[in-house]
Design a protein around this ligand. Structure first.
Ligand code: ARG
Length: 466
């Protein structure tokens, strides 16, 4: 196996013509960066207009270029454009076709530009658009939660810590916790847009150019606030992609926690919610089953989104300034994370809107497990002036007595309670009922329906403006 042909057969089996085919396969990005066609054409038109206005190319050539690029846009959208792996990426595919269409003027488009600043501007435009899409989807999900919260501001359910029933809360309050989480995601999207709103175009390969270009003009034409200030940073920066993946991973994590709750709540053992048929499936063998597949997939897809963040962080950590071909690996992560997140948000919004809440089951569970024990302790502090630690101890004895008698705390008689502390009066029962427990928690941000309604009003106004 010492001759060249034989060793090539050993490692190049899939690649018909040896090293050249392998190089083409590892080098080409057209199979995925074709997604950037609209941004690439937009960027090229803006660049050509600037070249004409600064006198770097003629107005006649610019017109031909713009016309050709618009034709290409139509061809791609009509599905008649022939993408070629030979031509490596979207930039070269478009430019080669432009030469077919308009001849030598096409060669002037790349003056004072490099694929390094071109790909940076294309991907930034794409990620920025996606951020606006995510913001809209988040607003939809938040609105769905606000509606459910309003409907269930006074619906009691058990609140959990350690997955153990802790204190009664309302379902509306629980929904509003998600409003807070997804609103933070929304503000992260807005912050990220703010930071990525600078144009790298005109940095050329890395050092800028000797042509009298106007980077402010192209930045403005492409909807950026301003050009990036350092040409090296312009072509080497992928923070905008990392930030997008970061906010996507955090948002996906929130969606996954919600999915997990929905999965638990919809088990027959809990029975807190029933998912609509549109977001669940039956079992092919067990007719009684209704599986929360959409929620499970949201939970599962979170791994993918987080994986993309870790993937790109790992690519970027080894990159000396400025551009290196490694950075071509940014796109699939970003595209897949975006597509996945869009789908997760849509599915979750649908699930939240459509699910049926079983208020009776929630209420029953809220009253079990001596969930109002803290209320009993608080009453002892407030009414009898006991130190909290002592109240905690007295309550512990009341819980033990209830367990002994196999009843819940509020079913103990006054005599029972007085046998533990003679100071206890009839008034104690006003706090032992879950509804009253919930109503009494009026501290700012607390679970009292009056507080929850206040928060709903505030958020409705904020979201309308967000
Ligand atoms: N396809 C490349 C990428 O996605 C475009 C930039 C190539 N630049 C270069 N100097 N080879 O990163």
């Amino acid at each position: 196996m010492s001759d060249k042909k034989a060793s090539n057969q050993m490692w190049g089996g899939r690649f018909a013509s040896g090293p050249a085919a392998i190089m083409e396969a590892i080098n080409a990005s057209i199979s995925f960066d074709r997604k950037l066609y609209a941004q690439d054409i937009r960027g090229s038109i803006a660049h050509s207009e600037m070249l004409a206005q600064t006198g770097i190319i003629s107005a006649a050539d610019q017109e031909k270029i713009a016309h050709g690029l618009n034709t290409i846009l139509k061809e791609i959208e009509a599905g008649t454009f022939e993408f070629s792996t030979r031509l490596e990426d979207i930039h070269m595919n478009v430019e080669a076709r432009l030469a077919d269409l308009i001849g030598s003027a096409a060669g002037r488009l790349h003056t004072a530009r490099s694929r390094n600043d071109q790909v940076a501007v294309d991907l930034r435009l794409w990620v920025k658009d996606e951020c606006f899409r995510v913001a809209e989807a988040l607003k939809g999900l938040i609105s769905a939660f606000l509606e459910r919260a309003e409907e269930h501001a006074a619906t009691v359910m058990p609140g959990f810590t350690h997955m153990q029933a802790a204190q009664p809360v309302t379902f509306g309050h629980h929904c509003m916790a998600y409003v807070e989480m997804f609103s933070r995601d929304l503000s992260r999207v807005r912050d990220a847009i703010e930071r990525m709103d600078e144009s790298p175009l005109g940095a050329a390969a890395l050092a800028g150019t000797s042509f009298p270009i106007d980077r402010h003009q192209t930045a403005k034409a492409l909807g950026f606030r301003e050009p990036m200030r350092n040409s090296l940073d312009s072509v080497s920066d992928r923070d905008f992609a990392l930030e997008f993946l970061g906010l996507a991973a955090i948002c996906a994590t929130h969606l996954s926690r919600l999915a997990e709750e929905i999965i638990i709540w919809s088990t027959p053992q809990f029975g807190f919610v029933r998912l609509s048929d549109s977001f669940s499936t039956g079992s092919s063998i067990m007719p009684q089953k209704k599986n929360p597949d959409a929620a499970e997939l949201v939970r599962g897809k979170t791994g993918r989104v987080t994986g993309h963040l870790v993937g790109l962080l790992t690519v970027m950590k080894g990159m000396p300034l400025t551009y290196g071909k490694d950075m071509q690996e940014d796109k699939e992560s970003v595209f897949d994370a975006a597509e996945t997140l869009d789908l997760m948000l849509a599915a979750m919004t649908g699930m939240v809107r459509d699910m049926t809440v079983n208020a009776a089951a929630m209420k029953k569970a809220a009253g079990s497990g001596h969930a109002t024990a803290t209320d009993l302790a608080d009453w002892l502090v407030r009414t009898l002036g006991l130190p909290f630690r002592e109240a905690h101890h007295v309550t512990g004895r009341a819980v033990a007595l209830a367990e002994e008698k196999k009843v819940s705390l509020e079913k103990l008689s006054l005599e029972d309670l007085q046998s533990i502390n003679p100071g206890i009066t009839e008034d104690i029962f006003s706090v032992l009922a879950v509804q009253n427990s919930v109503k009494s928690r009026t501290s700012f941000g607390g679970t009292a329906p009056s507080e929850v309604r206040k928060q709903i009003r505030t958020w409705k106004k904020r979201i309308a403006k967000a």
